[in-house]
Design a protein around this ligand. Sequence first.
Ligand code: ADP
Length: 515
Amino acid sequence: MAQNGTIENGLARNACPPPLPQPVKIPEIKHTKIFINNEWHTSIKGKKFPTINPATGVKICDVEEADKADVDEAVRAARAAGQRGSEWRLMDASSRGRLLHRLADLLERERAVLATLESMDTGKPFLHAFFVDLDGSIKTLRYYAGWTDKIHGKTMPVDENFVCFTKHEPVGVCGAIIPWNFPLLMFMWKIAPALACGNTVVIKPAEQTPLTALHVGAIIKEAGFPPGVVNIVPGFGPTAGAAIASHMNIDKVAFTGSTEVGQLIKAAAAKSNLKRVTLELGGKNPCIVFADSDLQSAVEETQKGAFFNQGQACTAASRIYVEEPVYDEFVRLSVERAKNIVIGDPLEPRTSHGPQVSYSFELLSVFSSCVQIVYVFLLLGQIDQHQFDKILELVDSGKKEGAMLECGGCAVEDRGLFIHPTIFSDVKDHMRIAKEEIFGPVQCIMKFKTQEEVINRANSSHYGLTAAVFTRDIHRAMSVSAAMEAGTVWVNCYNALHAQAPFGGYKMSGNGREL
Ligand code: ADP
Protein backbone atom coordinates (compact mmCIF):
# COMPACT_ATOMS: atom_id res chain seq x y z
CA MET A 1 0.00 0.00 0.00
CA ALA A 2 1.35 3.45 -0.82
CA GLN A 3 0.12 6.98 -1.15
CA ASN A 4 3.03 8.02 -3.32
CA GLY A 5 5.73 6.51 -5.43
CA THR A 6 3.78 5.46 -8.52
CA ILE A 7 5.48 5.55 -11.89
CA GLU A 8 3.79 8.81 -12.80
CA ASN A 9 4.41 10.38 -9.40
CA GLY A 10 8.06 9.53 -9.83
CA LEU A 11 7.96 11.16 -13.22
CA ALA A 12 6.37 14.30 -11.84
CA ARG A 13 8.80 14.49 -8.93
CA ASN A 14 11.80 14.02 -11.14
CA ALA A 15 10.53 16.00 -14.11
CA CYS A 16 10.15 19.27 -12.20
CA PRO A 17 13.72 20.49 -11.63
CA PRO A 18 14.99 22.44 -14.62
CA PRO A 19 16.67 21.97 -16.97
CA LEU A 20 14.80 19.01 -18.42
CA PRO A 21 16.95 16.32 -19.99
CA GLN A 22 17.13 16.60 -23.75
CA PRO A 23 17.00 13.81 -26.33
CA VAL A 24 20.11 13.30 -28.43
CA LYS A 25 19.36 15.12 -31.71
CA ILE A 26 20.49 12.54 -34.24
CA PRO A 27 21.65 9.51 -32.28
CA GLU A 28 24.25 7.43 -34.05
CA ILE A 29 22.96 3.85 -34.29
CA LYS A 30 26.21 2.04 -33.62
CA HIS A 31 25.00 -1.48 -32.91
CA THR A 32 22.75 -3.48 -35.22
CA LYS A 33 24.37 -6.92 -35.13
CA ILE A 34 23.99 -10.11 -33.12
CA PHE A 35 25.98 -10.01 -29.87
CA ILE A 36 27.70 -13.31 -28.98
CA ASN A 37 30.83 -13.78 -26.87
CA ASN A 38 31.24 -10.00 -26.54
CA GLU A 39 31.56 -9.74 -30.33
CA TRP A 40 29.27 -8.51 -33.10
CA HIS A 41 28.14 -11.09 -35.65
CA THR A 42 26.20 -11.02 -38.89
CA SER A 43 23.31 -13.43 -39.22
CA ILE A 44 24.31 -16.92 -40.38
CA LYS A 45 21.54 -16.90 -42.99
CA GLY A 46 22.50 -13.38 -44.04
CA LYS A 47 19.12 -11.92 -43.15
CA LYS A 48 18.24 -8.49 -41.77
CA PHE A 49 15.03 -6.82 -40.66
CA PRO A 50 14.04 -3.17 -40.39
CA THR A 51 13.09 -1.37 -37.21
CA ILE A 52 10.61 1.47 -37.69
CA ASN A 53 9.85 4.70 -35.82
CA PRO A 54 6.09 4.52 -35.15
CA ALA A 55 5.80 8.30 -34.77
CA THR A 56 6.93 8.86 -38.36
CA GLY A 57 6.59 5.48 -40.07
CA VAL A 58 10.19 5.85 -41.23
CA LYS A 59 12.71 3.04 -41.00
CA ILE A 60 15.43 3.74 -38.42
CA CYS A 61 17.84 1.06 -39.59
CA ASP A 62 18.19 -2.61 -40.47
CA VAL A 63 19.21 -5.12 -37.82
CA GLU A 64 20.86 -8.52 -38.30
CA GLU A 65 18.24 -11.22 -37.90
CA ALA A 66 19.10 -14.12 -35.63
CA ASP A 67 17.55 -17.50 -36.43
CA LYS A 68 17.96 -20.97 -34.96
CA ALA A 69 21.61 -21.35 -36.02
CA ASP A 70 22.55 -18.02 -34.42
CA VAL A 71 20.71 -19.02 -31.24
CA ASP A 72 22.73 -22.26 -31.23
CA GLU A 73 25.94 -20.22 -31.40
CA ALA A 74 24.76 -17.98 -28.58
CA VAL A 75 23.86 -20.98 -26.42
CA ARG A 76 27.27 -22.55 -27.04
CA ALA A 77 28.92 -19.31 -25.91
CA ALA A 78 26.70 -19.05 -22.83
CA ARG A 79 27.30 -22.69 -21.91
CA ALA A 80 31.08 -22.30 -22.16
CA ALA A 81 31.06 -19.05 -20.21
CA GLY A 82 29.13 -20.62 -17.34
CA GLN A 83 30.82 -24.01 -17.08
CA ARG A 84 32.57 -25.08 -13.89
CA GLY A 85 36.07 -23.61 -13.79
CA SER A 86 35.23 -20.69 -16.10
CA GLU A 87 36.19 -17.12 -15.23
CA TRP A 88 32.53 -16.30 -14.53
CA ARG A 89 31.97 -19.37 -12.37
CA LEU A 90 35.12 -18.75 -10.33
CA MET A 91 34.52 -15.04 -9.89
CA ASP A 92 33.91 -13.84 -6.33
CA ALA A 93 30.24 -13.15 -5.74
CA SER A 94 31.08 -9.61 -4.66
CA SER A 95 32.91 -9.05 -7.96
CA ARG A 96 29.74 -10.02 -9.82
CA GLY A 97 28.02 -7.33 -7.77
CA ARG A 98 30.65 -4.78 -8.78
CA LEU A 99 30.11 -5.64 -12.44
CA LEU A 100 26.37 -5.07 -12.09
CA HIS A 101 27.04 -1.71 -10.39
CA ARG A 102 29.47 -0.83 -13.18
CA LEU A 103 26.79 -1.63 -15.75
CA ALA A 104 24.37 0.62 -13.84
CA ASP A 105 27.02 3.41 -13.90
CA LEU A 106 27.33 3.04 -17.67
CA LEU A 107 23.55 3.19 -18.06
CA GLU A 108 23.64 6.48 -16.13
CA ARG A 109 26.31 7.74 -18.52
CA GLU A 110 24.30 6.64 -21.59
CA ARG A 111 20.93 7.64 -20.15
CA ALA A 112 20.02 10.31 -22.74
CA VAL A 113 21.13 8.14 -25.67
CA LEU A 114 19.24 5.11 -24.41
CA ALA A 115 16.10 7.14 -23.67
CA THR A 116 16.26 8.65 -27.17
CA LEU A 117 16.66 5.25 -28.83
CA GLU A 118 13.83 3.82 -26.72
CA SER A 119 11.56 6.71 -27.63
CA MET A 120 12.33 6.40 -31.36
CA ASP A 121 11.91 2.63 -31.42
CA THR A 122 8.73 2.39 -29.31
CA GLY A 123 7.06 5.81 -29.72
CA LYS A 124 6.95 6.38 -25.96
CA PRO A 125 7.60 9.98 -24.82
CA PHE A 126 11.31 10.65 -24.31
CA LEU A 127 10.77 11.96 -20.78
CA HIS A 128 8.87 8.81 -19.82
CA ALA A 129 11.73 6.72 -21.19
CA PHE A 130 14.27 8.87 -19.34
CA PHE A 131 12.50 9.00 -15.97
CA VAL A 132 10.62 5.72 -15.88
CA ASP A 133 12.33 3.10 -18.06
CA LEU A 134 15.90 4.23 -17.43
CA ASP A 135 15.29 4.86 -13.75
CA GLY A 136 13.77 1.41 -13.28
CA SER A 137 16.55 -0.24 -15.28
CA ILE A 138 19.31 1.37 -13.26
CA LYS A 139 17.60 0.64 -9.95
CA THR A 140 17.06 -3.00 -10.94
CA LEU A 141 20.78 -3.44 -11.63
CA ARG A 142 21.76 -1.80 -8.36
CA TYR A 143 19.26 -3.81 -6.33
CA TYR A 144 20.58 -7.11 -7.73
CA ALA A 145 24.19 -5.94 -7.42
CA GLY A 146 23.55 -5.97 -3.68
CA TRP A 147 22.23 -9.53 -3.70
CA THR A 148 25.20 -11.30 -5.28
CA ASP A 149 27.00 -12.12 -2.02
CA LYS A 150 23.87 -12.66 0.07
CA ILE A 151 22.54 -15.80 -1.55
CA HIS A 152 22.71 -18.19 1.37
CA GLY A 153 21.94 -21.85 1.75
CA LYS A 154 20.76 -23.46 4.97
CA THR A 155 22.03 -25.93 7.49
CA MET A 156 19.55 -28.58 8.61
CA PRO A 157 19.73 -30.42 11.94
CA VAL A 158 19.13 -33.85 10.42
CA ASP A 159 18.91 -36.99 12.56
CA GLU A 160 21.98 -38.99 13.59
CA ASN A 161 25.58 -37.93 13.19
CA PHE A 162 25.48 -35.99 9.90
CA VAL A 163 26.13 -32.44 8.83
CA CYS A 164 23.61 -31.37 6.20
CA PHE A 165 23.50 -28.12 4.26
CA THR A 166 22.14 -26.70 1.04
CA LYS A 167 24.07 -24.53 -1.36
CA HIS A 168 22.56 -22.45 -4.14
CA GLU A 169 24.06 -22.90 -7.57
CA PRO A 170 23.34 -21.11 -10.83
CA VAL A 171 20.60 -22.70 -12.92
CA GLY A 172 22.88 -22.51 -15.97
CA VAL A 173 21.99 -20.96 -19.32
CA CYS A 174 18.92 -18.76 -19.01
CA GLY A 175 16.95 -17.90 -22.13
CA ALA A 176 14.93 -14.70 -22.06
CA ILE A 177 12.30 -13.50 -24.50
CA ILE A 178 11.05 -9.97 -23.99
CA PRO A 179 8.34 -7.68 -25.42
CA TRP A 180 8.36 -4.27 -27.09
CA ASN A 181 6.48 -2.14 -24.55
CA PHE A 182 9.34 -1.67 -22.03
CA PRO A 183 12.31 -3.05 -23.98
CA LEU A 184 15.15 -1.83 -21.78
CA LEU A 185 13.40 -2.32 -18.45
CA MET A 186 12.36 -5.88 -19.34
CA PHE A 187 15.94 -6.56 -20.48
CA MET A 188 17.18 -5.58 -17.02
CA TRP A 189 14.41 -7.44 -15.17
CA LYS A 190 15.63 -10.56 -16.95
CA ILE A 191 19.40 -10.24 -16.90
CA ALA A 192 19.99 -8.63 -13.49
CA PRO A 193 18.69 -11.48 -11.28
CA ALA A 194 20.13 -14.12 -13.61
CA LEU A 195 23.59 -12.57 -13.48
CA ALA A 196 23.43 -11.86 -9.76
CA CYS A 197 23.06 -15.63 -9.25
CA GLY A 198 25.94 -16.46 -11.61
CA ASN A 199 23.95 -17.67 -14.61
CA THR A 200 24.63 -16.88 -18.24
CA VAL A 201 22.03 -15.45 -20.57
CA VAL A 202 20.76 -15.66 -24.16
CA ILE A 203 18.22 -12.90 -24.62
CA LYS A 204 15.95 -12.06 -27.54
CA PRO A 205 14.57 -8.53 -27.71
CA ALA A 206 11.25 -8.02 -29.51
CA GLU A 207 11.55 -7.60 -33.27
CA GLN A 208 9.83 -4.20 -33.06
CA THR A 209 12.33 -2.74 -30.60
CA PRO A 210 15.85 -4.19 -30.73
CA LEU A 211 17.90 -0.99 -30.46
CA THR A 212 18.39 -0.38 -26.75
CA ALA A 213 19.21 -4.03 -26.13
CA LEU A 214 21.97 -3.91 -28.73
CA HIS A 215 23.33 -0.63 -27.36
CA VAL A 216 23.49 -2.30 -23.96
CA GLY A 217 25.48 -5.17 -25.48
CA ALA A 218 28.35 -2.77 -26.07
CA ILE A 219 28.29 -1.48 -22.52
CA ILE A 220 28.05 -4.99 -21.06
CA LYS A 221 31.38 -5.62 -22.75
CA GLU A 222 32.76 -2.26 -21.59
CA ALA A 223 31.67 -3.01 -18.02
CA GLY A 224 33.94 -6.06 -18.07
CA PHE A 225 31.57 -9.03 -18.14
CA PRO A 226 33.46 -12.06 -19.51
CA PRO A 227 32.64 -13.11 -23.10
CA GLY A 228 29.54 -15.27 -23.42
CA VAL A 229 27.94 -14.24 -20.14
CA VAL A 230 25.29 -12.18 -21.95
CA ASN A 231 24.38 -12.91 -25.58
CA ILE A 232 21.78 -10.91 -27.51
CA VAL A 233 19.92 -12.42 -30.45
CA PRO A 234 17.61 -9.93 -32.21
CA GLY A 235 15.02 -11.75 -34.30
CA PHE A 236 11.44 -12.92 -34.66
CA GLY A 237 9.33 -14.97 -32.29
CA PRO A 238 8.51 -18.05 -34.37
CA THR A 239 12.18 -18.45 -35.36
CA ALA A 240 14.68 -17.13 -32.80
CA GLY A 241 12.15 -17.09 -29.94
CA ALA A 242 10.96 -20.62 -30.63
CA ALA A 243 14.59 -21.79 -30.88
CA ILE A 244 15.19 -20.53 -27.34
CA ALA A 245 12.00 -22.07 -25.93
CA SER A 246 12.74 -25.49 -27.40
CA HIS A 247 16.52 -25.54 -26.98
CA MET A 248 17.93 -28.68 -25.35
CA ASN A 249 20.85 -26.79 -23.86
CA ILE A 250 18.98 -23.94 -22.22
CA ASP A 251 18.11 -24.62 -18.58
CA LYS A 252 15.45 -22.01 -18.00
CA VAL A 253 13.34 -19.66 -20.09
CA ALA A 254 11.82 -16.45 -18.79
CA PHE A 255 9.21 -14.88 -21.02
CA THR A 256 7.22 -11.67 -20.92
CA GLY A 257 4.53 -11.20 -23.56
CA SER A 258 1.11 -12.39 -24.63
CA THR A 259 -0.74 -15.26 -22.97
CA GLU A 260 -1.02 -17.07 -26.33
CA VAL A 261 2.75 -17.07 -26.87
CA GLY A 262 3.29 -17.95 -23.20
CA GLN A 263 1.30 -21.13 -23.82
CA LEU A 264 3.50 -21.97 -26.82
CA ILE A 265 6.61 -21.42 -24.76
CA LYS A 266 5.50 -23.63 -21.91
CA ALA A 267 4.56 -26.38 -24.38
CA ALA A 268 7.92 -26.08 -26.17
CA ALA A 269 9.78 -26.25 -22.87
CA ALA A 270 7.82 -29.34 -21.87
CA LYS A 271 8.40 -31.06 -25.19
CA SER A 272 12.13 -30.34 -25.28
CA ASN A 273 14.16 -30.65 -22.10
CA LEU A 274 11.61 -29.70 -19.39
CA LYS A 275 13.46 -26.45 -18.81
CA ARG A 276 12.14 -24.24 -16.03
CA VAL A 277 9.67 -21.62 -17.20
CA THR A 278 8.71 -18.23 -15.82
CA LEU A 279 5.85 -16.48 -17.61
CA GLU A 280 4.69 -12.90 -17.21
CA LEU A 281 1.66 -12.54 -19.48
CA GLY A 282 -1.42 -10.45 -20.08
CA GLY A 283 -3.83 -8.69 -17.74
CA LYS A 284 -7.32 -7.21 -17.63
CA ASN A 285 -6.75 -5.36 -14.43
CA PRO A 286 -9.62 -4.14 -12.25
CA CYS A 287 -9.64 -0.97 -10.16
CA ILE A 288 -12.33 -0.57 -7.50
CA VAL A 289 -13.22 2.98 -6.56
CA PHE A 290 -15.36 3.28 -3.43
CA ALA A 291 -17.49 6.34 -2.76
CA ASP A 292 -15.38 7.27 0.28
CA SER A 293 -12.14 7.56 -1.73
CA ASP A 294 -10.30 10.76 -2.57
CA LEU A 295 -12.08 11.01 -5.90
CA GLN A 296 -9.74 13.40 -7.68
CA SER A 297 -6.77 11.24 -6.79
CA ALA A 298 -8.63 8.07 -7.85
CA VAL A 299 -9.44 9.68 -11.20
CA GLU A 300 -5.79 10.57 -11.75
CA GLU A 301 -4.31 7.28 -10.65
CA THR A 302 -6.73 5.09 -12.59
CA GLN A 303 -6.37 7.18 -15.71
CA LYS A 304 -2.61 7.23 -15.57
CA GLY A 305 -2.88 3.47 -15.10
CA ALA A 306 -5.07 3.20 -18.20
CA PHE A 307 -3.14 5.50 -20.55
CA PHE A 308 0.48 5.16 -19.41
CA ASN A 309 2.66 3.97 -22.32
CA GLN A 310 -0.36 4.50 -24.61
CA GLY A 311 -2.11 1.70 -22.73
CA GLN A 312 0.53 -0.77 -23.88
CA ALA A 313 1.21 -2.35 -20.52
CA CYS A 314 0.23 -5.68 -19.04
CA THR A 315 -0.62 -3.69 -15.91
CA ALA A 316 -2.99 -1.34 -17.77
CA ALA A 317 -5.94 -0.29 -15.60
CA SER A 318 -8.58 -1.47 -18.00
CA ARG A 319 -11.69 -2.15 -15.88
CA ILE A 320 -12.65 0.67 -13.55
CA TYR A 321 -15.52 -0.23 -11.20
CA VAL A 322 -16.93 2.87 -9.53
CA GLU A 323 -19.45 2.86 -6.66
CA GLU A 324 -22.85 4.21 -7.70
CA PRO A 325 -23.00 7.48 -5.67
CA VAL A 326 -19.78 8.86 -7.22
CA TYR A 327 -20.01 7.22 -10.64
CA ASP A 328 -21.26 10.24 -12.64
CA GLU A 329 -18.73 12.59 -11.07
CA PHE A 330 -15.93 10.09 -11.64
CA VAL A 331 -16.82 9.82 -15.34
CA ARG A 332 -17.04 13.62 -15.69
CA LEU A 333 -13.64 14.21 -14.07
CA SER A 334 -12.03 11.38 -16.06
CA VAL A 335 -13.25 12.80 -19.38
CA GLU A 336 -12.11 16.30 -18.45
CA ARG A 337 -8.65 14.96 -17.65
CA ALA A 338 -8.39 12.81 -20.79
CA LYS A 339 -9.16 15.77 -23.02
CA ASN A 340 -6.11 17.62 -21.69
CA ILE A 341 -3.62 14.88 -22.54
CA VAL A 342 -0.97 16.20 -24.94
CA ILE A 343 -0.57 13.97 -28.00
CA GLY A 344 2.44 14.56 -30.18
CA ASP A 345 6.05 13.99 -31.15
CA PRO A 346 7.48 11.67 -28.47
CA LEU A 347 10.75 13.59 -28.48
CA GLU A 348 9.01 16.87 -27.49
CA PRO A 349 9.06 17.49 -23.72
CA ARG A 350 5.36 18.51 -23.54
CA THR A 351 4.17 15.26 -25.10
CA SER A 352 2.60 12.77 -22.74
CA HIS A 353 0.98 10.48 -25.32
CA GLY A 354 2.80 9.02 -28.32
CA PRO A 355 1.87 6.58 -31.07
CA GLN A 356 1.13 2.88 -30.67
CA VAL A 357 4.07 0.66 -31.49
CA SER A 358 4.55 -0.41 -35.11
CA TYR A 359 5.50 -3.92 -36.00
CA SER A 360 8.37 -4.36 -38.35
CA PHE A 361 6.87 -6.41 -41.08
CA GLU A 362 8.31 -9.90 -41.04
CA LEU A 363 7.83 -10.34 -44.78
CA LEU A 364 10.10 -7.39 -45.37
CA SER A 365 13.09 -9.32 -44.25
CA VAL A 366 12.05 -12.38 -46.21
CA PHE A 367 11.69 -10.44 -49.41
CA SER A 368 14.32 -7.80 -48.99
CA SER A 369 17.22 -9.79 -50.31
CA CYS A 370 15.47 -11.08 -53.42
CA VAL A 371 12.54 -8.91 -54.45
CA GLN A 372 13.60 -5.30 -54.16
CA ILE A 373 10.36 -3.95 -55.67
CA VAL A 374 8.26 -5.62 -53.02
CA TYR A 375 10.59 -4.24 -50.41
CA VAL A 376 10.30 -0.65 -51.62
CA PHE A 377 6.51 -0.93 -51.93
CA LEU A 378 6.17 -2.27 -48.41
CA LEU A 379 8.44 0.36 -46.95
CA LEU A 380 6.59 3.20 -48.61
CA GLY A 381 3.28 2.66 -47.03
CA GLN A 382 2.79 -0.68 -45.42
CA ILE A 383 4.27 -0.73 -41.98
CA ASP A 384 2.44 -3.42 -40.11
CA GLN A 385 -0.42 -1.85 -38.14
CA HIS A 386 -1.54 -5.06 -36.50
CA GLN A 387 -1.66 -3.70 -32.96
CA PHE A 388 -3.16 -0.36 -34.02
CA ASP A 389 -5.92 -2.06 -36.05
CA LYS A 390 -6.67 -4.46 -33.21
CA ILE A 391 -7.23 -1.57 -30.78
CA LEU A 392 -9.56 0.27 -33.17
CA GLU A 393 -11.46 -2.94 -33.86
CA LEU A 394 -12.05 -3.42 -30.12
CA VAL A 395 -13.10 0.22 -29.79
CA ASP A 396 -15.65 -0.38 -32.56
CA SER A 397 -16.92 -3.46 -30.76
CA GLY A 398 -17.49 -1.30 -27.67
CA LYS A 399 -19.57 1.14 -29.70
CA LYS A 400 -21.56 -1.66 -31.32
CA GLU A 401 -22.19 -3.49 -28.05
CA GLY A 402 -23.71 -0.34 -26.55
CA ALA A 403 -21.05 1.17 -24.28
CA MET A 404 -21.15 4.97 -24.08
CA LEU A 405 -18.20 6.57 -25.88
CA GLU A 406 -17.28 9.59 -23.75
CA CYS A 407 -14.20 10.75 -25.64
CA GLY A 408 -11.63 9.59 -28.19
CA GLY A 409 -12.60 6.42 -29.96
CA CYS A 410 -10.59 7.03 -33.12
CA ALA A 411 -7.15 7.50 -34.60
CA VAL A 412 -5.54 10.93 -34.80
CA GLU A 413 -6.10 12.10 -38.36
CA ASP A 414 -3.13 12.35 -40.72
CA ARG A 415 -0.76 11.03 -38.15
CA GLY A 416 1.15 7.72 -37.99
CA LEU A 417 -0.19 5.30 -35.44
CA PHE A 418 -1.64 7.71 -32.87
CA ILE A 419 -4.94 6.90 -31.12
CA HIS A 420 -6.84 9.42 -29.00
CA PRO A 421 -7.14 8.48 -25.32
CA THR A 422 -10.55 6.83 -25.23
CA ILE A 423 -13.09 6.50 -22.42
CA PHE A 424 -16.17 4.30 -22.44
CA SER A 425 -18.72 4.55 -19.63
CA ASP A 426 -21.70 2.30 -19.01
CA VAL A 427 -19.55 -0.71 -19.88
CA LYS A 428 -21.10 -4.11 -19.12
CA ASP A 429 -19.08 -7.13 -18.01
CA HIS A 430 -20.09 -9.24 -21.03
CA MET A 431 -18.74 -6.74 -23.58
CA ARG A 432 -15.51 -7.57 -25.38
CA ILE A 433 -13.87 -4.35 -24.16
CA ALA A 434 -14.51 -5.52 -20.60
CA LYS A 435 -13.06 -8.98 -21.18
CA GLU A 436 -10.24 -8.81 -23.73
CA GLU A 437 -6.84 -7.25 -23.23
CA ILE A 438 -6.85 -4.16 -25.48
CA PHE A 439 -3.21 -3.02 -25.11
CA GLY A 440 -4.21 0.46 -26.15
CA PRO A 441 -5.38 3.75 -24.59
CA VAL A 442 -8.90 2.68 -23.69
CA GLN A 443 -10.45 3.16 -20.26
CA CYS A 444 -13.64 1.21 -19.46
CA ILE A 445 -15.76 2.53 -16.59
CA MET A 446 -18.45 0.44 -14.92
CA LYS A 447 -20.86 1.02 -12.04
CA PHE A 448 -21.25 -1.16 -8.92
CA LYS A 449 -23.51 -1.20 -5.88
CA THR A 450 -22.08 -3.55 -3.24
CA GLN A 451 -18.65 -4.69 -2.10
CA GLU A 452 -19.50 -8.36 -2.50
CA GLU A 453 -20.78 -7.81 -6.02
CA VAL A 454 -17.70 -5.87 -7.12
CA ILE A 455 -15.25 -8.41 -5.70
CA ASN A 456 -16.94 -11.16 -7.72
CA ARG A 457 -17.00 -9.07 -10.87
CA ALA A 458 -13.37 -7.97 -10.49
CA ASN A 459 -12.25 -11.59 -10.08
CA SER A 460 -14.32 -12.96 -12.96
CA SER A 461 -11.48 -12.91 -15.46
CA HIS A 462 -9.02 -15.48 -16.78
CA TYR A 463 -6.33 -12.96 -15.97
CA GLY A 464 -5.04 -12.00 -12.54
CA LEU A 465 -2.05 -9.71 -12.84
CA THR A 466 -2.77 -6.51 -10.91
CA ALA A 467 -5.68 -4.78 -9.20
CA ALA A 468 -6.25 -1.57 -7.27
CA VAL A 469 -8.56 -0.43 -4.49
CA PHE A 470 -9.41 3.20 -3.74
CA THR A 471 -10.90 3.94 -0.32
CA ARG A 472 -10.15 5.91 2.84
CA ASP A 473 -11.26 2.98 5.00
CA ILE A 474 -8.23 0.92 6.04
CA HIS A 475 -10.34 -2.10 6.97
CA ARG A 476 -12.02 -2.13 3.60
CA ALA A 477 -8.66 -1.59 1.89
CA MET A 478 -7.21 -4.65 3.62
CA SER A 479 -10.17 -6.96 3.16
CA VAL A 480 -10.88 -6.09 -0.48
CA SER A 481 -7.21 -6.33 -1.47
CA ALA A 482 -7.00 -9.71 0.24
CA ALA A 483 -9.98 -10.86 -1.82
CA MET A 484 -8.40 -9.90 -5.15
CA GLU A 485 -7.09 -12.72 -7.32
CA ALA A 486 -4.10 -10.73 -8.52
CA GLY A 487 -0.33 -10.89 -8.07
CA THR A 488 -0.13 -7.22 -7.09
CA VAL A 489 -2.83 -5.12 -5.42
CA TRP A 490 -2.31 -1.38 -5.08
CA VAL A 491 -4.21 0.73 -2.58
CA ASN A 492 -4.87 4.38 -3.46
CA CYS A 493 -2.17 4.29 -6.14
CA TYR A 494 -1.36 2.56 -9.41
CA ASN A 495 1.71 1.20 -11.22
CA ALA A 496 3.90 1.44 -8.14
CA LEU A 497 6.56 -1.02 -9.30
CA HIS A 498 9.80 -1.48 -7.44
CA ALA A 499 12.86 -3.64 -7.95
CA GLN A 500 12.52 -4.73 -4.32
CA ALA A 501 9.03 -6.24 -4.75
CA PRO A 502 8.02 -9.35 -6.70
CA PHE A 503 5.82 -9.05 -9.77
CA GLY A 504 3.69 -11.61 -11.59
CA GLY A 505 0.26 -13.05 -12.06
CA TYR A 506 -2.44 -15.42 -10.95
CA LYS A 507 -4.32 -17.58 -13.46
CA MET A 508 -3.55 -16.94 -17.14
CA SER A 509 -1.41 -13.90 -16.30
CA GLY A 510 1.49 -16.28 -15.81
CA ASN A 511 3.51 -18.23 -13.31
CA GLY A 512 6.61 -17.64 -11.32
CA ARG A 513 7.58 -14.14 -10.29
CA GLU A 514 9.75 -11.42 -11.79
CA LEU A 515 12.18 -9.60 -9.52
P1 ADP B 1 2.79 -9.05 -28.27
O1 ADP B 1 1.52 -9.70 -28.72
O2 ADP B 1 2.64 -8.15 -27.13
O3 ADP B 1 3.65 -8.54 -29.38
P2 ADP B 1 4.19 -11.48 -28.14
O4 ADP B 1 3.87 -12.45 -27.09
O5 ADP B 1 3.75 -11.77 -29.53
O6 ADP B 1 3.63 -10.13 -27.60
O7 ADP B 1 5.73 -11.17 -28.22
C1 ADP B 1 6.55 -11.06 -27.08
C2 ADP B 1 7.88 -11.69 -27.41
O8 ADP B 1 7.65 -13.04 -27.73
C3 ADP B 1 8.60 -11.07 -28.60
O9 ADP B 1 9.99 -11.06 -28.32
C4 ADP B 1 8.29 -12.04 -29.71
O10 ADP B 1 9.27 -12.06 -30.72
C5 ADP B 1 8.28 -13.37 -28.95
N1 ADP B 1 7.53 -14.43 -29.61
C6 ADP B 1 6.45 -14.33 -30.41
N2 ADP B 1 6.06 -15.55 -30.85
C7 ADP B 1 6.90 -16.46 -30.31
C8 ADP B 1 7.03 -17.89 -30.38
N3 ADP B 1 6.19 -18.62 -31.10
N4 ADP B 1 8.01 -18.48 -29.66
C9 ADP B 1 8.85 -17.74 -28.91
N5 ADP B 1 8.80 -16.40 -28.82
C10 ADP B 1 7.84 -15.75 -29.50
